[in-house]
Design a protein around this ligand. Structure first.
Ligand code: G3P
Length: 220
C-alpha cells in the first residue's frame, strides 16, 4: 500500500516528504481553503515540486461534465504530476470518462458505496477515493466498502486503484492496508501518530542508559 499525505499545508508536505515514506499528496477545496494562500495554482505547483515523483490531486469545483473537463485540462497544465480529482455523481463520471479518453489521470472522490466504486472504475478512474471516516462518523463500517471494492476491482481486473480516504487515526491505516487498499491518504497528524509507541521510546531510553553504564555518555 502506498502512503499519501492528505493536506494542502506546504509546511506539513515539506516535513512529510522528508520522512521518505510518502508517495503522493491529496488536496480538496476544504484543505486548500485552510491553507489560506489564495493562489491555488501556485500552491499546487509548489506541492508538485515538493513531491515531484508522486501524484498530486487537485479537485474540480464546477458542476457539469463539460465544465469539469475544462478544469481538468487546465489543472494538468500546471505540472506533470497533477491528477484531477472529481466528485462522484452523474456529471462527474461523464467527466472522468472524457478525461480518461484524453489521457488525463483522475481521482474520483466522495465515494461511499461499492456501487459508486464500480461506476467510477467503469468510467476509467485512476484512483477511487473511498471515504472511511465519514462513514464511521455516522455509524457505518467504512472499511467494509474498502474491502468489497478491492475484491471487485481485482476480481474484474479494473485498472483503477482503491484509495482509502477520510482517515481519522492510525488504526484506519492498518485496517485499510489489511483490506488491500492500494493507497491510503493520511492527515499529517495521523502520520506522526503512526510513528509513536511508548514501548519503543522506553526501549530506546533503556538501551542508551545501559550503553552509557558501560561506555560513559554517548558523544557524537
Ligand atoms: O481529502 C479527501 C478526504 O481524505 C477528506 O476526508 O473526512 O477528513 O474531510 P475528511
Amino acid at each position: 500500500m502506498k502512503l499519501f499525505v492528505d493536506t494542502a499545508d506546504l509546511n506539513e508536505i515539506r516535513e512529510a516528504a522528508s520522512l521518505g515514506v510518502i508517495s503522493g499528496v491529496t488536496t480538496n477545496p476544504t484543505l486548500l481553503a485552510k491553507n489560506g494562500s489564495g493562489d491555488v495554482k501556485s500552491t499546487i505547483q509548489e506541492i508538485c515540486r515538493l513531491v515531484p515523483n508522486g501524484p498530486v490531486s487537485m479537485e474540480c469545483v464546477t458542476e457539469t461534465a463539460e465544465e469539469m473537463l475544462a478544469e481538468g485540462r487546465e489543472f494538468v497544465k500546471w505540472a506533470d504530476n497533477v491528477y484531477v480529482k472529481v466528485p462522484f455523481n452523474v456529471e462527474g463520471m461523464k467527466a472522468v470518462r472524457a478525461m480518461t479518453n484524453e489521457g488525463i489521470r483522475t481521482n474520483v472522490t466522495l465515494v461511499f458505496s461499492t456501487n459508486q466504486v464500480l461506476l467510477a472504475a467503469a468510467a476509467g478512474a485512476t484512483f477511487i477515493s473511498s471515504f472511511v471516516g465519514r462513514l464511521d462518523d455516522i455509524g457505518f463500517d467504512g472499511l467494509q466498502v474498502i474491502q468489497e471494492a478491492v475484491e471487485l476491482i481485482e476480481l474484474h481486473e479494473f485498472d483503477s486503484q482503491i484509495l482509502a480516504a477520510s482517515i481519522r487515526h492510525p488504526l484506519h491505516v492498518t485496517q485499510a492496508a489489511a483490506a488491500g487498499a492500494h493507497i491510503s491518504t493520511i492527515p499529517f497528524k495521523v502520520i506522526k501518530q503512526m510513528y509513536n509507541h511508548p514501548l519503543t521510546d522506553k526501549g530506546i531510553a533503556a538501551f542508551k542508559a545501559d550503553w552509557e553504564k558501560l561506555n560513559g555518555p554517548v558523544s557524537v
